[in-house]
Ligand binder design. Structure first.
Ligand code: C2O
Ligand code: CU
Length: 487
């Protein structure tokens, strides 16, 4: 009896030792491979910035923030908006890679303002965040911005002060950095801003921007969706043409799910990065602040196309494209490969991300707490913006070293979506809810749906302390902002 027991014990302990040894080897092996691959990725990463680099050329622009009275419908009540451009077109600024932009911002508004260059890896003092990068530009004052652009494709710029009101009132423009490798791949280019407005019965703009339900719930969702400020525009396009469609979600809070089923529409860019393998999604989700560029092949077997948002069960039509007949031509979207220099996702099957970020917020039981600004609101790692001491830069969420690969899990524990935006640098979305993202591209803004988690990888390039916040303006104002330090 005793002998048997002893035998068993010996066997069990031998087994145990073998298992331990094996798992030690395996773990060790795993982490060595991981470290090796990480450093390979880090050293092959080429998207550096050098703020002292000689520019390819200098480009000079003047941007004036001004008031403008507009009517959403002819002969209807007009509304007082804010704009850098004209009513029907956002201001589009164009440059080439490595250009140095010199932009004189003129504030002709009755309120202070700034301009933030969303997605551009600028030096911190050009980033347009009030009190962190610069003092607000007072009414009738000017400010000179100067920075180089490193990466091609589509960016936007907007006021970064009182955003729930100023951006909501149309104070933004589009910045396009041309990608010469892509010229000749399309017949037409279209730049389109998606945006919604809350209109009254007389079609004038609802001017109630105070903190309230909008801040505590979805953000300020508005009742009228527009494209370049037009309600249900009708465009024309020619059959067989290839249209390069640059889309920017400039809304305060609205997230779009664009229905692209039965369209020949390839995604070629996200947030200023070419997609290595362009893909044709059924539904393209666009969180606030995100940009996507599509190559759309206009079909010859339909009289028109529609652009429809299906984020909510009730589909909402955004635009109609009437198709004109055309002489037959052969479609040829050339194949191409980009050096998008993205981390290889195979090595990013990490067990534990290097950092966890909890996105949270109030629940119904916290309702009256919420009405007091200091006690509660939308949180990042359970703190609202004041608690992150953003002005002093002394309390970042975490510090990252330049040229080092990190993995970060964004956990959305709340009941609302949060399109999270990082200033000054890029990341790559690797997994969404544990599932591989269908393509590789780098981004500065990613929507983290309610109750989901999104894993991102970052190799920081631009050392400063940067804002990291929800791009739903009301959520950011109500707490969902923090900073991240790059050393
Ligand atoms: Cu597009 Cu901090 O913003
Ligand atoms: Cu949010």
């Amino acid at each position: 009896m005793w002998r048997i027991k002893q035998n068993q014990i010996t066997q069990i302990s031998i087994c145990g030792v073998v298992i331990l040894l094996l798992s030690w080897c395996w773990l060790n092996q795993e982490s060595r491979i991981d470290a090796l691959q990480r450093s390979e990725i880090e050293t092959s990463y080429t998207h550096q910035v050098d703020h002292n680099k000689q520019p390819y050329k200098d480009e000079f622009f003047t941007i004036e923030a001004k008031q403008q009275d507009i009517s959403f419908y002819t002969n209807k009540e007009s509304s007082n908006l804010r704009t850098y451009g004209t009513w029907s077109e956002p201001l589009v600024v164009r440059a080439s890679v490595w250009d140095k932009l010199h932009i004189k911002a003129i504030n002709s508004l009755p309120d202070p303002t700034t301009i933030h260059w969303h997605g551009i890896r600028v030096p911190l003092d050009q980033d347009g965040v009030p009190w962190i990068s610069q003092d607000p530009i007072q009414p009738w004052a000017t400010y000179d911005y100067m920075f180089s652009v490193w990466d091609p494709w589509t960016y936007w710029f907007h006021s970064h002060i009182d955003t729930a009101k100023q951006v909501a009132k149309w104070l933004y423009g589009i910045l396009i950095v041309e990608d010469e490798r892509f010229a000749n791949m399309y017949d037409q280019e279209r730049v389109r801003a998606l945006k919604d407005y809350r209109l009254e019965e007389d079609w004038s703009l609802n001017e109630d921007f105070v903190v309230g339900m909008d801040h505590t719930m979805w953000g300020r969702l508005w009742n009228t969706r527009t494209i370049n400020n037009e309600i249900l525009p009708v465009y024309t396009a020619k059959a067989w043409d290839i249209v390069l469609l640059r889309l920017v979600n400039t809304s305060s809070a609205r997230i779009y799910n664009l229905d692209l089923r039965q369209r020949k529409a390839k995604v070629v860019e996200s947030d200023g990065w070419p997609i290595q393998t362009p893909y044709e999604p059924w539904v393209l989700q666009m969180g606030v602040g995100e940009r996507y560029t599509l190559l759309v092949e206009i079909p010859d077997d339909a009289a028109s196309l529609e652009l429809v948002d299906i984020y909510y069960p009730e589909p909402s039509q955004l635009a109609v494209i009437d198709i004109e007949w055309n002489t037959i031509k052969t479609w040829q979207i050339n194949t191409y490969t980009w050096d998008a220099s993205v981390p290889d996702r195979r090595v990013l099957e990490w067990a534990t991300p290097d950092f966890q970020v909890e996105l949270g917020g109030m629940n119904v039981s916290g309702w009256d707490k919420m009405l007091s600004w200091w006690d509660s609101g939308w949180t990042i790692n359970n703190k609202i913006h004041q608690e992150w001491d953003m002005m002093t830069h002394t309390n970042p969420l975490f510090s990252l070293q330049r040229n080092t690969l990190y993995t970060i899990r964004l956990n959305n524990n709340s009941q609302r979506d949060h399109p999270m935006h990082l200033h000054g640098d890029f990341f790559q979305v690797v997994w969404v809810n544990g599932r591989e993202r269908p393509y590789a591209g780098r981004k500065d803004t990613v929507n983290v749906p309610a109750q989901w988690h999104t894993d991102i990888a970052i190799i920081p390039t631009n050392p400063w302390t940067w804002m990291f916040h929800c791009h739903i303006n009301e959520h950011a104002e109500y707490g969902m902002m923090a900073t991240l330090k790059i050393e």
